[in-house]
Design a protein around this ligand. Structure first.
Ligand code: PLP
Length: 413
């Protein structure tokens, strides 16, 4: 698709076949993009074409088809490298998703380099994926987890972070953007402060990469992770970026085919990067689909997407603010967040809200969003969450607001 100079929303919507359907007789308004995004035809076609004309296992075939599949798979790796501006293609490891990427780092770097008494710093804004692997490691090794608090607007508290850093801090694992609130964290400064005390930093970029350009060299982070399915790409594919020197000095995550240079019954020698971390047959079609997704969003432009989503956030915030009894979890200023709105209604449980608005074709999330500590921080068991993507419209925000008025009508006075 050719680069576009204005935001041709109708055209972009037409790129997503799933969006043209009705649900319960209403046009589908898909507002659960923080959980997973829909797929453009370019991604579907690239995947289908691979299966129809290019499919074979990669790396080990001496025949033409396998060479073609390998070329496409490695081309996808290069596409990801360029997307996040990593220095070397060997620094891009394909995983099943962000969760696996984080577990990989905890189980390899963490297992090797952390020891009893060391401190790992997290924030209250983390998804369970960036809490539980560190908890498991902490209980196995006697580490201490320190958690940076957030203020009532869901903002990362810089002074508190600095006060938690010390010579005992060995690792900092932070989200780039909160999946519940949309809060954008000052990750570049977080990295610099952690490095000043000698700690390594992992950034969970799941909720950042669909909304903003990311440059891992500029951030100077040690690890950066994200999932393909939140970036308009397929499920089953994720990315771990790691600085080459760190990856080289980490043991493999899993053993098996493709990650070895040689094997005898006495000993195995590991393959070089990135293959050392990719045991078994990789998700070839999914990697190709992810590359197509990156091509697609870059053809629109992340800055154009960000402007569109900011407009939607502003509009939806105003529409929802007019609903009696609706409380936003964090009324953070627009410029410090991405297009996510978490809210409660005084008259209905979030699960009831999501079930009823679905009857009007509106898909939103309800629950703890895999962020139970954050729910505890704000004293709620769950919220309803609307999250906007590149294809959403003001009319869909209207549909949400209208459906919420109906919820009020059913439950409220
Ligand atoms: N981190 C954040 C901030 C997320 O929002 C999510 C998913 O919701 C994850 C990690 C986990 O991603 P996945 O389930 O694709 O591994």
């Amino acid at each position: 698709m050719a680069a576009t100079t204005f935001y041709d929303l109708d055209h972009f919507r037409a790129d997503f076949p799933i969006l043209c359907q009705t649900v319960h007789g209403y046009p589908l308004a898909f507002l659960d993009n923080a959980a997973s995004t829909q797929k453009p035809a370019d991604v579907i076609t690239a995947t289908k074409k691979f299966y129809e004309t290019g499919y074979a296992n990669v790396h080990r075939g001496a025949y033409w088809l396998s060479e073609q599949a390998t070329r496409q798979y490695e081309g996808a790796r290069e596409r990801v490298r360029a997307f996040i501006n990593a220095r070397h293609v060997e620094e891009i490891i394909f995983t099943r998703g962000a969760t696996e990427s984080i577990n990989l780092v905890a189980a390899t770097w963490g297992q090797t380099y952390l020891q009893a008494g060391d401190e790992v710093v997290l924030t209250w804004l983390e998804h369970h994926s960036n809490i539980v692997p560190w908890q498991m490691l902490a209980s196995a090794k006697g580490l201490t987890l320190k958690v940076v608090p957030v203020d009532d607007e869901g903002r990362f508290l810089w002074e508190a972070y600095q006060s938690l850093l010390s010579s005992r801090t060995r690792f900092v694992a932070v989200t780039h953007v909160s999946n519940v609130l949309g809060t954008i964290l000052p990750v570049k400064d977080i990295v610099a402060a952690a490095h000043a005390v000698g700690a390594k930093v992992l950034i969970d970029g799941c909720q950042a990469v669909p909304h903003m350009a990311v440059d891992v060299c500029d951030l100077a982070c040690d690890f950066y992770v994200f999932s393909g399915h939140k970036l308009y790409g397929p499920t089953g594919i994720g990315v771990l970026y790691g600085r080459e020197v760190l990856l080289q000095n980490m043991p493999p995550y899993q053993g098996g085919g493709d990650m070895i240079a040689s094997v005898t019954f006495e000993k195995a020698h590991w393959a070089g990067l990135p293959y050392k971390f990719e045991a078994g047959t990789p998700a070839v079609a999914q990697a190709i689909g992810l590359a197509a997704a990156i091509d697609y969003i870059e053809s629109i432009g992340l800055s154009a997407i960000a402007v569109h989503e900011a407009d939607l956030l502003h509009y939806a915030t105003q529409r929802l603010a007019g609903i009696r009894g609706l409380r936003f979890l964090c009324p953070a200023p627009q410029q410090t967040k991405t297009s996510v709105l978490s809210f409660t209604l005084d008259c209905a449980h979030p699960h009831d809200i999501a079930t009823i608005v679905d009857r009007y074709g509106v898909a939103i999330r309800a629950g703890h969003h895999c962020a139970q500590p954050l729910m505890q921080r704000f004293g709620v068991p769950a919220t309803a969450r609307a999250s906007f993507g590149l294809y959403n419209t003001r009319e869909e925000a209207d549909a949400l607001a209208d459906a919420l008025e109906r919820v009020r009508g059913i439950f409220g006075p």
